[in-house]
Design a binder for this molecule. Structure first.
Ligand code: GLU
Length: 419
């Protein structure tokens, strides 16, 4: 009942991107075989009690894709569409994301197939605790460090950390990141993914010679990533002309009042009552008039069907896997610049890394320190990608995969295969 079915593989998209870069790197077959197989996939049942006393059984997943560069790292997603294939793809992408920004982590991801909009806080707490309890042996600051993802948040991380700590008989904040500040969270973590999207986007706009005031931005998805990206782009003088969520899309040529939209979402949890723009469909938003398109929701929204109609000059992937390989080819042919997910949304895991470091030191940084280090990490690595892309005349995505694969392969070769 809780097992979602998908017709097309998300992991398949990831492998297609990987193969393209692996071919250019002339990667040998052993490395290819190792890197296209997840190290560990865990599937388990989550029986839990509804508030009305009835029991239901959900399915939980954790995929630890790679440990080559350090502990696995990646979020936990609560969504009706969660499948083993999706979680594997997301864990695969975390491996490359952590390597692109040179963090000492492997890649992981987890999820529960459920619809959080139909669950109470108490029910979500019971699901989270049972999920954490099932993973006690295989997670930990030196093993695998989960974090928030779609429909999970600092409170979810607090429950996870508490459950793990109760089992270990000591408080271990470094088992998860994205925690509330009161229990070892880092300043700046909540907005970090959106901030990273903005940092990469602004840097590329400057590279393209587009002034912030001339940049019209469309943001698809108004969760944590989309909301913060919208706020921060607006703060830098860009004009956000379109936003969307499950209730539909809203377009306003003279600019969306981002603060108003954020206030509404904080109150209602959705944009349904938003009146600050013309209501259009989610499909129309992706092809609406704009300079920058930020897909910030789920996978596979930019496809062969709509890619030729996209009007943006620049796509900044706030979501993981929003562009299918077919769409990506069309964007490349049309000269549309794409900053790939594994670079554009790496701000979140970068500040997760800072949080993990702070937890281990027991010493916490000022917000300005976190933000400076974040900007430095992203810009340094993004400029490295730009150099490779320009030198080899390849898209950023290929340059990002090449860089990431090269870093992971170096670690694998040094460690060798234990057989
Ligand atoms: N879920 C986020 C991502 O996809 C953050 C992962 C993390 O901080 O570990 O990058």
């Amino acid at each position: 009942m809780t097992t979602a079915v998908r017709e097309v593989s998300v992991f398949g998209d990831g492998i297609a991107y990987f193969n393209e870069a692996a071919n250019l790197l002339e990667l040998d077959s052993t490395m290819r075989a190792i890197l296209t197989h997840p190290t560990r996939q865990i599937i388990f049942s989550i029986p839990f009690q509804r508030d009305n006393g009835e029991f239901e059984v959900y399915t939980g997943y954790r995929v630890q894709y790679s440990f080559a560069r350090g502990p696995a790292k990646g979020g936990i997603r609560f969504h009706p569409g969660v499948t083993l294939d999706e979680v594997t793809a997301l864990a695969f992408w975390m491996t490359w994301k952590c390597a692109v920004v040179d963090l000492p982590f492997g890649g992981g991801k987890g999820g529960v197939t459920c619809d959080p909009s139909k669950l109470s806080q108490n029910e979500l707490e019971r699901i989270t605790r049972r999920y954490a309890a099932e993973l006690v042996e295989v997670v930990g600051p030196d093993k695998d460090v989960p974090a928030p993802d779609v429909n999970t948040n600092p409170q979810t991380m607090a429950w996870f950390m508490d459950t793990y700590s109760m089992h270990m008989r000591q408080t271990i904040p470094g088992v998860v990141t994205g925690k509330p500040l009161a229990i070892g969270g880092s300043k700046g973590r909540v907005e970090a993914t959106g901030r990273g999207v903005m940092i990469c986007g602004m840097d590329e706009l400057a590279n393209m010679g587009i002034a912030p005031k001339d940049a019209r931005i469309v943001i698809q998805g108004f969760g944590n990533v989309g909301m913060w990206a919208a706020r921060l782009f607006a703060e830098r003088g860009c004009k956000v002309v379109g936003i969307s969520d499950v209730t539909g899309a809203y377009y306003n040529e003279s600019g969306i009042d981002v603060d108003k939209a954020c206030e509404l979402v904080e109150k209602d949890r959705n944009l349904g009552a938003f009146r600050g723009g013309d209501k259009i469909s989610n499909a129309e938003l992706l092809v609406a008039d704009c300079d920058v398109l930020v897909p910030a929701a789920l996978e596979k929204v930019l496809t062969a069907e709509n890619a030729s109609k996209v009007k943006a000059k620049l796509i900044v992937e706030g979501a993981n896997g929003p562009t299918t390989p077919d769409a990506d080819r069309i964007f490349n042919e049309r000269g549309i610049t794409v900053i790939p997910d594994i670079m554009a949304n790496a701000g979140g895991v970068t500040v997760s890394y800072f949080e993990w470091v702070q937890d281990r030191m027991g010493y916490f940084w000022k917000l300005s320190e976190v933000n400076e280090r974040l900007e430095d990490t992203l810009i340094t690595n993004f400029h490295e990608l730009r150099g490779i892309a320009n030198r080899h005349k390849i898209p950023y995505r290929t340059a990002a995969y090449m860089t990431a694969i090269d870093r992971v392969v170096q670690a694998l070769r040094l460690r060798g295969v234990y057989a």
